[in-house]
Unconditional design. Structure first.
Length: 217
């Protein structure tokens, strides 16, 4: 079975499983989306949402976080992993947005990736969910599933993103990356499916008997 055949099976199963795709992170505007995605590194979306539900009603603009300062930001997000590093990024990111962009989040990859603490994956999520630009953000979960489903050789997330963009039509990217995240959490779990029990794995690899090992991103 080639990748085009697999892509049709995967799209069919995901569209049937998730006709409506909820966005995992809760946010108030594009700036708070950016902050939530930054906070979600090495942290669950549930934890991020639990912390930010007490922050965003009051603080939702770059100038708010500049005024708060690093120490107060640390206090607000201390339940999140590597909170000091993230507080530093949020503070300087907010400062840059106020000084350079009049408090607005820029709309290009280049400008986003120059902001403190913002990597390609974070920029991709903002471009996709914030601005509706066709993007395929690849995190460790999508990287793992793409290997299991035989869509990439699994060298790194950059290669995986490139491979997935070549396999799936651009019009599906924004929706698809969310569908894959939800499917991985519910059906193709790292320590549950092992590439042999979920519907996608069984459909793409009906003769696979042994658990498949995936390379970390």
């Amino acid at each position: 079975m080639n990748n085009q055949e697999k892509s049709k099976i995967i799209l069919k199963i995901l569209n049937k499983t998730y006709p409506k795709v909820p966005i995992p992170l809760k946010y108030k505007n594009i700036f708070t989306l950016l902050i939530s995605v930054l906070l979600s590194a090495q942290c669950t979306d549930v934890n991020v949402n639990n912390v930010t539900k007490n922050i965003y009603p009051k603080y939702y603009k770059p100038k708010h976080f500049v005024k708060l300062g690093r120490k107060k930001i640390e206090q607000l997000i201390k339940k999140i992993g590597i909170f000091r590093v993230k507080a530093k990024s949020i503070f300087y990111l907010s400062k840059t947005l106020v000084k350079k962009y009049k408090g607005k989040v820029p709309k290009t990859y280049e400008e986003l990736e120059q902001l403190p603490g913002v990597g390609h994956k974070t920029a991709s999520v903002v471009m996709s969910q914030g601005f509706g630009f066709p993007a395929f953000p690849v995190d460790t979960h999508i990287h793992r599933l793409a290997q299991r489903w035989g869509l990439t050789n699994g060298k790194n997330v950059i290669q995986t993103e490139k491979d997935l963009k070549e396999i799936f039509p651009k019009k599906y990217w924004n929706r698809l990356h969310l569908q894959i995240i939800w499917y991985g959490r519910e059906y193709c779990k790292a320590r549950d499916c092992y590439g042999i029990t979920c519907k996608i794995c069984k459909s793409c690899y009906p003769n696979r008997k042994k658990p498949i090992k995936t390379k970390k991103a």
